[in-house]
Design a binder for this molecule. Structure first.
Ligand code: NDP
Length: 276
């Protein structure tokens, strides 16, 4: 059972990643990001998920410095954006991200989207960064089974993580099985469906039963499904609320009830048809 905010999943290369992280997509750059990440670190989160395209890497870096938390106690993820994909351009993009974050080593570097014709070379650049010790782990994001089936025979290092849209309406059972078989840890983005998951009647009712909010029910379900999760908020009370998920456990029948909500309903961009 996952019992604390510092409990970790162990990746296929032995690196540990806290099961609960803090996302900063759409968190405005500048003070808002810096303040939100500071509140998250004060609350006890030890895992921050940013990306080059979020334009807030430097604010994440500032918050980490200002927090006084030891660097090696915080797990930091960033991602190579689509327009930077390709071998040399990924190496260059990584250097910029590292500079903006003001960190020597990044914990996890992800290929943000499977850009057709480019993602293999991009991933090979990530392998190079990994071999040079500039990142502790590498992985992918928004990869479906067929992207992984194409990638794996062409590279040396099995991705540690696949970060995908994943929530009660989109549970991707085939991908979950495939990743588990390959030793790739699944990570959920938009776990709260950007707020829309909080009014699903089954989840609201379950919240009442456990004396927990709908957000806490969903986050706890992620943890019990063994999916690393990274809810985002700029609201201090919600940042704290989302971390208070270690003092209860959903009964197996309640995990199963949320499992039945799967509608294969993708709410955001489709990895096979994105145009950015
Ligand atoms: P989430 O599902 O985490 O939802 C965030 C939204 O929910 C915000 O509007 C937030 O509001 C609201 N919210 C958060 N907590 C609560 C709460 N307790 N009660 C009510 N409302 C709440 O969506 P994200 O898209 O942000 O996904 C999470 C993270 O995943 C991102 O921040 C990013 O790090 C990552 N991500 C990765 C992607 C990828 O392609 N790899 C794509 C998208 C996201 P408010 O902030 O106003 O409090």
């Amino acid at each position: 059972m996952i019992k604390s905010i510092t409990d970790c999943a162990i990746l296929n290369n032995g690196v540990k990643i806290p099961w609960l992280g803090f996302g900063v997509f759409q968190t405005p750059p500048g003070d808002v990001t810096e303040r939100s990440v500071c509140v998250a670190l004060e609350t006890g989160y030890r895992h921050i998920d940013t990306a080059k395209i979020y334009e807030n890497e430097s604010d994440v870096g500032k918050a980490i410095k200002a927090s006084g938390v030891l660097r090696n106690e915080i797990f930091v993820t960033t991602k190579v954006w689509n327009s930077d994909q390709g071998y040399e351009s990924t190496l260059k993009a990584f250097d910029l991200s590292r500079k903006l974050l003001d960190l020597d080593v990044i914990d996890l570097y992800l290929v943000h989207w499977p850009v057709v014709g480019k993602y293999v070379e991009t991933y090979k650049a990530c392998e190079q960064l990994y071999k040079e010790g500039k990142v502790r782990a590498i992985g992918v994001s928004n990869f479906m089974v067929h992207h992984l089936e194409y990638l794996l025979p062409r590279v040396d290092v099995v991705p540690t993580i696949n970060q995908v849209e994943w929530h009660p309406w989109l549970q991707l059972p085939k991908l979950v099985r495939y990743c588990r078989k390959q030793g790739i840890q699944l990570q959920a983005w938009a776990p709260l469906i950007e707020g829309q998951g909080l009014t699903i009647p089954t989840i609201v009712e379950m919240g009442k039963k456990y004396g927990k909010s709908p957000a806490q029910v969903i986050i706890r379900w992620d943890l019990q499904r063994k999916v690393v999760t990274i809810p985002k908020s700029v609201t201090p009370a919600r940042i704290k609320e989302n971390a208070e998920v270690f003092d209860f456990e959903l009964a197996p029948e309640d995990v199963a009830a949320i499992n039945t909500l799967d509608e294969n309903k993708r709410m955001f961009a489709d990895p096979d048809y994105f145009d950015f």
